[in-house]
Design a protein around this ligand. Structure first.
Ligand SMILES: [Zn+2]
Length: 300
């Protein structure tokens, strides 16, 4: 049984470090929607989860191969709104105020604690352009990772290149992509879903959460890791993969995405890492009832 020690673990020859960008709380209604309230209450009680204050994690993943130092997503940075006028605007746009992260991302501090500087990062794989995933790519109008190339799914690039499509979705979700992509455009590497863009790394298109949203499939020495990004925002969505995730834009597609990723994880006996799964966010899944059960990687 693999273990995670000080948030370090391995996938074959690759060294992996789970990094906590921040941890917040939000009401249980911000995890799922369109599910009868009594059913949600019963399931939360069964899992000893608080409905009023559900702990919500923001995780990034660092990987090191023999050639590259790689980050998957860059956390919130200073993207989170902290002034009340910005929060008012988001609330007016339909967000539950208590679900809006207002914390500053700690990713750079976490990297530093591991002896890593922003300039050491060779590649950043971008799963999608929400503020809690790309907010940390820029500070003002400067790039935070001066030497990095950015891996970006072709479907995402086609979406972001088509203003008519971008304009269809709520602006508060699109604002980070609009701001950040021009800053890194000259270092973007556009990658097709399924293509091995560097040894052991492939992107898996899972567009239910956001147009162009991607998971990352990683293989080394016969071991597998699937970084599901926001396709599975909470372990309850493994057990009930057809429930609607509150943050997903296209619910039926998101449910199909979850079933595909979780089936693949069981088939490959892969580790699963999630951006919002309880830190350190890595574990296995096993079939359970109509869905899957989350088994976090054991601490030694
Ligand atoms: Zn997210």
């Amino acid at each position: 049984m693999p273990v995670v020690e000080n948030n370090h673990f391995r996938v074959g020859d690759f060294k992996c470090i789970a990094l906590s960008d921040c941890v917040g709380t939000m009401p249980g209604q911000c995890i799922v929607k369109d599910v009868p309230a009594d059913q949600v209450s019963a399931v939360f009680a069964e899992h000893s989860l608080s409905l009023s204050e559900t702990v919500f994690h923001y995780n990034c993943l660092y990987l090191e191969t023999d050639r590259q130092r790689i980050l998957i997503d860059a956390g919130l940075g200073r993207a989170a709104p902290r002034d009340s006028a910005a929060l008012d605007r988001l609330e007016a746009a339909g967000l539950l105020r208590s679900a809006i992260p207002t914390l500053e991302g700690a990713l750079l501090d976490r990297l530093q604690a591991e002896g890593l500087r922003a300039a050491d990062i060779d590649r950043v794989i971008i799963t999608h352009c929400d503020g809690d995933h790309i907010g940390g790519l820029s500070a003002g109008n400067e790039r935070v990772f001066p030497n990095a190339d950015y891996i970006f799914l072709k479907d995402a690039w086609e979406f972001w290149s088509d203003e008519a499509r971008v304009a269809q979705w709520p602006e508060f979700l699109m604002v980070f992509g609009r701001k950040t992509l021009p800053l890194i455009q000259d270092r973007l590497q556009i990658v097709e879903a399924g293509a091995e863009f560097m040894p052991g790394f492939r992107l898996l298109a899972v567009p239910g959460h956001r147009p162009g949203h991607t998971a990352v499939a990683i293989t080394s020495a016969g071991q597998h890791l699937i970084h599901v990004a926001d396709a599975i925002g909470h372990p309850l969505l493994m057990e009930y993969p057809h429930w609607h995730g509150f943050a997903d834009l296209r619910h039926e597609q998101a449910a199909q995405d979850r079933v595909r990723l979780l089936s693949m994880a069981v088939e490959q006996q892969a580790l699963v890492f999630g951006s919002h799964l309880p830190f350190p966010g890595v574990g296995h899944v096993v079939p359970h009832g109509e869905g899957w059960c989350w088994e976090p990687l054991a601490h030694p």
